[in-house]
Write a protein that binds this ligand. Structure first.
Ligand SMILES: Nc1ncnc2c1ncn2[C@@H]1O[C@H](COP(=O)(O)OP(=O)(O)OP(=O)(O)O)[C@@H](O)[C@H]1O
Length: 590
């Protein structure tokens, strides 16, 4: 996080004046132009932020070489000082600085970001892949490999176990699917022509949307491999329906969510025998699948596939604990391939990251204000708002819909058919705002998301990174805003190595407050009650906050007030007991 002068923060070489947040939201084009500024500086190991700060403060000790390199890159430092001296508004300065920095050396929109292109120089046709796969890759529009594909393909093709880390939106799905399909296509035909072929490739994903998406990508790559097929098994659909379709058309590739796969293991005749044919096991979003929420299911699944197999673990985040426990899934001599360079951040530098601290009772108004500005500035807007729980997501979606924004909602309480419909629509559209719980946090590839807003505490640092990663995919620009209440600021410690700049709370027109109040008045009481209960449950499960129960109750009351409720809703006794809050003073029960 940029420190120092509280008025001037920087990220990726671009100064951001904190009071100009709404303006930053409008800076998409200039921000892209700024890209050209950084590479030479980075290569020379110059801290751009530091140089800018020191030049501005009149520090004559800035080495000439740095200054010269900066100027060669079009960074007109001296002019920046002059603009401010003329009393130009901060917003104007930000706009101007961005343009001045912009020698427009960004290159084409082919992934040329400040942190280097996500594409490598290697073309797929230079690699040892089959003509059938190559043809499919071409049809999919892929010519050059992404960095992670280039780094992992040869090793996976050798049959090694691989744990790979690469930033969000850089093509990890193809990186594991393509070599896995190559491995399958070389299996003797007898294996593939059986009436009920074994499952040879098993891909595990933490969410249903991601599983569907991986299957779609697999189908693209299988276009000319006519004897290979892919099937998806995910929760939220009828088990019997999946059983029937697996029986009618058994495929060698299965993409699954853990819970449903376990269901099939326990209830589908012949399924465990089919799993004995697994040659390649993939854990997509491996760190999520290996954390406590999924660990048991994953262990059971691993025990059901042969020990003699190849295992591939992929994620944008690989915390140390995951490396420590990777032996659960992989052979000891696995290869760890990390395409995030030493000293580089895990997030993309072309994504502007902001945090804003404001009391809970301002959050709806801020959200509305930020969205209104963003929608007005960018006709092609495409926004995802992440909320803490399904019921809070529902409430936020209802409030914003009442405010006549173009809202869709997705979370675990929606039927799977509604989730799939919304997800498909959001993928194809622009001019939409998706309010989502963490079901969309990882892996889902919605193209051209312009802004990601996270409201309230993300579950952890990793979740923050994955949610943010829904924007800035394939080297494109993006914006991220994390909106926190003052007592949530401790979370920022966990992302202090990322370039997250503070944005000062914008002054909000009283008409916005009135509109929000009226919108809240039109939202059903039931939604508010459920959101309150879910909110309490979420923060109660957070150790840092639930330690002090009376404080938790007070904070929940603040949340209730932010929904315009005079008195916090009562909660069923049973639920309070389940939350361990039956004796917490100040909570009303029914
Ligand atoms: N070689 C390539 N050239 C161009 N586009 C590609 C290439 N490989 C993959 N893509 C596209 O890049 C996008 C992002 O890919 P993908 O969803 O696999 O990213 P990811 O790294 O898995 O992201 P996340 O970490 O969010 O899961 C997709 O739209 C995919 O079709």
């Amino acid at each position: 996080m940029a420190g120092g002068n509280p008025l001037l923060r920087t990220h990726g070489g671009l100064p951001v004046l904190t009071r100009a947040f709404p303006c930053r939201l409008r800076l998409r084009v200039p921000a892209r132009r700024c890209r050209g500024a950084a590479p030479a500086l980075t290569a020379a190991k110059v801290d751009v932020a530091d140089v800018i700060g020191r030049v501005r403060s009149g520090d004559a000790a800035v080495p000439k070489r740095w200054r010269r390199e900066a100027e060669e890159e079009g960074l007109a430092f001296s002019r920046v000082g002059t603009s401010r001296g003329r009393g130009v508004r901060e917003e104007d300065v930000v706009e101007r600085e961005a343009l001045e920095f912009g020698a427009d050396k960004s290159g084409a929109d082919d992934g040329g970001g400040v942190d280097g292109s996500y594409l490598s120089e290697t073309r797929f046709d230079q690699c040892a892949i089959s003509p059938l796969s190559l043809k499919a890759v071409k049809d999919a529009g892929y010519e050059r490999m992404t960095q992670v594909q280039e780094a992992t393909l040869p090793i996976i093709l050798q049959g090694r176990d691989v744990l790979a880390k690469a930033k969000t939106g850089t093509g990890k799905t193809v990186a594991f699917l393509l070599p896995a399909i190559e491995a399958l296509s070389t299996l003797p035909n007898s294996r593939r022509n059986q009436l009920r072929p074994s499952i040879n490739l098993l891909v595990m994903c933490p969410t249903r949307e991601l599983a569907n998406q991986v299957a779609v990508e697999a189908k693209k790559l299988l276009k000319y491999h006519r004897s290979l097929g892919v099937q998806v098994v995910i929760g939220g659909t009828r088990l019997t329906q999946e059983q029937r379709s697996m029986q009618a058309n058994p495929c060698q590739i299965l993409v699954a969510t853990p819970g449903r796969l376990k269901d099939h293991l326990e209830n589908t005749p012949g399924f465990s025998t089919r799993l004995k044919g697994v040659k390649v096991l993939v854990l997509d979003e491996a760190d999520r699948l290996l954390d406590m929420g999924f660990r048991r299911d994953i262990e059971k699944i691993i025990a059901s596939v042969p020990k003699e197999r190849q295992t591939l673990l992929f994620s944008a985040t690989v915390p140390e604990e995951v490396r420590q426990i990777s032996h659960i899934a992989m052979k000891k001599d696995y290869k760890f391939i990390n395409t995030v360079k030493d000293g580089d951040e895990e997030t993309h530098s072309q994504v502007s990251q902001m945090f804003m601290i404001a009391p809970l009772d301002l959050h709806f108004s801020i959200l509305y204000d930020v969205l209104k500005n963003h929608v007005a500035e960018d006709a092609d807007y495409k926004v995802i708002i992440f909320c803490t729980t399904a019921m809070v997501t529902k409430l936020v979606a209802e409030v914003l819909s009442q405010l006549k924004l173009n809202i869709r909602e997705i979370h675990s309480r929606k039927s799977q058919s509604a989730r799939t419909k919304v997800s498909d629509e959001f993928r194809k559209s622009r001019g939409l705002i998706l309010v989502s719980s963490d079901v969309s946090a990882r892996g889902v590839d919605y193209p051209d998301v312009t802004l990601v807003i996270q409201v309230g505490l993300p579950a952890d640092r990793e979740q923050y990174i994955h949610r943010l990663g829904r924007t800035g995919r394939k080297g494109k620009d993006g914006l991220g805003l994390l909106l926190l209440a003052p007592w949530e600021t401790y979370f920022l410690n966990s992302v202090q190595d990322l370039s997250v700049s503070e944005a000062v709370v914008p002054s909000i027109d009283s008409s916005i407050h009135t509109e929000v109040r009226n919108a809240l008045g039109r939202v059903e009481m039931k939604s508010k009650e459920s959101a309150y209960q879910a909110w309490l449950g979420y923060y109660n499960s957070n150790k840092a906050i639930s330690r002090d129960k009376s404080r938790l109750v007070r904070l929940a009351e603040e949340f209730s007030q932010s929904m315009s409720l005079a008195v916090p809703p009562a909660i069923p006794k049973l639920i309070l007991r389940k939350m361990g809050l039956n004796n917490a003073p100040g909570l009303r029960s029914i």
